[in-house]
Design a binder for this molecule. Sequence first.
Ligand code: G6P
Length: 368
Amino acid sequence: ALVGKGEYRHFMLKEIYEQPAVIGDTLHTFLNPLGQRVRLPELPVDPGGVSRVTLTACGTAFYAGMVARYWLEQEARQPAEVEIASEWRYRAPPLADDGLVTAISQSGETADTLGALRFARERGAATLGVVNVPESTIAREAGGVMQTLAGPEIGVASTKAFTTQLTVLACQAIAMGRARGTISPEREEALTNALLEVPARAAEVLNHDGRIQRIAEWVAAARDVLYLGRGTMYPLALEGALKLKEISYIHAEGYAGGEMKHGPIALIDEGVPVIVCAPSTSPVFDKMAGNVQETIARGGKVVLFSDREGLERMGEGATACVELPKVDPFVAPLLYAIPVQLLAYHAAVAKGTDVDQPRNLAKAVTVE
Ligand code: G6P
């Protein structure tokens, strides 16, 4: 089927705006009709008896895996690791008995991710594919499949595939937690209710598009950008930096807030925007606030993505702020992905780059 841009200037913008709908669609395939319990497809392994989950992927899908590791560890108390596909398989690591290898890929055709899946299968590991294209090679070869219902993603830079991957991985973490006995029925209901609210909250975030565009026009003039986050916001910072590189051609680095003092703080000056993702509900919010104050004290120009309480508690001295809804920290990565994407999108438009077809990049990298 032909997919058009509709009223949107670029596929990327259209795909960013589709997120409330496709997150909802994806969620409803894993929740029972009443919404309170997560259903998993037939898994190639007993979800309560997995010794270690290995999440493997490339690019943006790798950052979805990084978020999932936090969820699996925190909610399911499930030992988990996340691995860049092209590194993991050539390291030839010993695989755990009763491990589960989860390959995450929008296209289901990325050569390195497919190679990692085959590496795991050849060694007898149980495998699961989180894919957007159901007829793809990874979907066919994985022992089990959890599909993201993002619909066709045309823009080379991944957006709605990322947030639907997060949706699926959140459901996987809840289901594994239930199977392992670490998530009570009440907790499961709270987490699924938080997920069910995401489409409406995501639509609210999109209302800040104009404000983010103005911030992006300022960021577009920078040569270097730092992105900071802690906890699940650390992978979001990495994703934000990747997006700026991919489509805006701005050199950007994502850093864990606590690592600032070990190097990047030397880069701080007024020419380097520092973008911070920091929901007040995060258990490490106060730590992140400390890192922001250190940055502002050194003349850094800070852009803050936070909720009202977070902005009140750490916004003083920031150059620009975007107020996001206050949500359960479990679902914050799904919402904070949106300003991160919009910032890169508008910076790219301001610079006049080819947003949907950035130079040197391919939508699916099917060669090593
Ligand atoms: C390419 C795309 C990225 C994507 C990555 C992994 O590099 O430009 O946006 O994240 O491949 O793609 P996959 O299809 O495996 O998710």
